[in-house]
Design a protein around this ligand. Structure first.
Ligand code: GRF
Length: 194
């Protein structure tokens, strides 16, 4: 276990592809007094990801990879992550599927947030599928990443009630609010055991 003392904080890389509201939330959490980690690297699979703006705002290094040649990209990334002494990778709206090889290299050190109550509704278009099936509840899950999509061990989950008038947009908005609560909590849980 590494105990942070202000100088010895754990280094976290956040991987994004879009808006980056979870990224922003994790950065702000990391800036609180007594925080045990710092976000030292932002990796984006899209050069136009809105979330990249937080790199400048919070003075955090960013790297952009389009993953066209996945093997090369991941080898590059592994080198950078090791060089920056990254202790944990947080996926937050990251739209690429990491290879088995990459996941093995960071075994137990990659976590993800998914907007459903896993193991239900793995994959894309979660809210639409949940509403089509007339579910009463959905939610969000933070889990470890293993080689099967959205299938790793669950760290934390939050249930969200579905209303009759809900659309994918309204539901996603309500779930996102809960994501912002559970992701930092899950992260703290994981860091204690690193
Ligand atoms: C979140 O709903 C997350 O659960 C999913 O992608 C969305 C990312 O949102 N994996 P943001 O980019 O963090 O705002």
């Amino acid at each position: 276990m590494i105990i942070s003392n202000g100088q010895n904080k754990l280094n976290i890389a956040v991987f994004i592809s879009g808006k980056g509201s979870n990224l922003k939330n994790l950065i702000e959490f990391s800036l609180k007094k007594n925080s045990k980690f710092k976000i030292t690297l932002i990796v984006s699979s899209k050069s136009k990801a809105k979330g990249l703006g937080y790199s400048k705002k919070y003075n955090i290094e960013k790297k952009i990879f389009n993953f066209k040649n996945q093997e090369n990209t991941e080898n590059n990334l592994i080198r950078i992550l090791k060089d920056r002494k990254i202790n944990l990778i947080c996926l937050a709206g990251f739209m690429k599927i990491l290879s088995k090889n990459f996941i093995k290299k960071f075994n137990g050190k990659i976590i993800n947030i998914h907007p459903s109550l896993l193991p239900k509704y793995k994959g894309l278009d979660t809210h639409l599928r949940v509403l089509k099936n007339k579910e009463k509840y959905s939610g969000c899950t933070v889990h470890f990443v293993n080689s099967k999509l959205d299938s790793g061990k669950i760290i934390l989950q939050k249930k969200v009630k579905i209303f009759k008038k809900d659309t994918p947009k309204s539901l996603s908005r309500r779930i996102l609010l809960q994501e912002h609560i559970i992701y930092p909590k899950a992260l703290m849980k994981v860091l204690i055991n690193l």
